[in-house]
Design a protein. Structure first.
Length: 147
């Protein structure tokens, strides 16, 4: 079986992911290369010329449940299916039966992505100064989402 190597170290990739998330996601938490690198999450990245242009991660929360998080694409590469490709890869690599995401209610692109990937509405929750929506699906989901 082939082996693949990239010109970036895992710590360099982690640093780029942290910068991407901190700059473009509206998180209260600020991430560092070390917090990404030492996380239990699995990260999926799209690279162009040694630059991380998009990422998504999946974190096993329970033996049957995982959370997709940190979906982020730099603006000049949005609307090119990068987030969709990375999120599908995260779902494919997930080893739990159920998957969920928590999305800000005003994050229409992420809500559209979740709908496209057959996630279903679970609940709405107030967090600090905004509402978040929790959406979920089974890994082997083949039903169409209902709005």
């Amino acid at each position: 079986m082939a082996e693949f190597y990239v010109s970036l170290s895992t710590m360099e990739i982690a640093a780029q992911i942290a910068l991407l998330i901190n700059k473009y996601n509206l998180w209260v938490t600020k991430y560092t290369a070390n917090t990404i690198y030492t996380s239990s999450a699995s990260y999926f990245v799209e690279l162009i010329n040694s630059r991380v242009i998009g990422c998504a991660s999946i974190l096993k929360v329970y033996p049957t449940l995982s959370r997709i998080q940190h979906i982020c694409v730099i603006p000049e590469f949005r609307h090119k299916e990068v987030a969709t490709k990375l999120t599908k890869l995260a779902i494919e690599m997930c080893d739990t039966e159920y998957i969920y995401m928590t999305i800000r209610e005003d994050n229409i692109p992420s809500l559209n992505l979740a709908n496209t990937l057959n996630f279903k509405y679970i609940r709405k929750h107030w967090f600090r100064d905004h509402y978040t929506l929790t959406v979920g699906r089974r890994k082997s989901c083949d039903q169409k989402s209902v709005n």
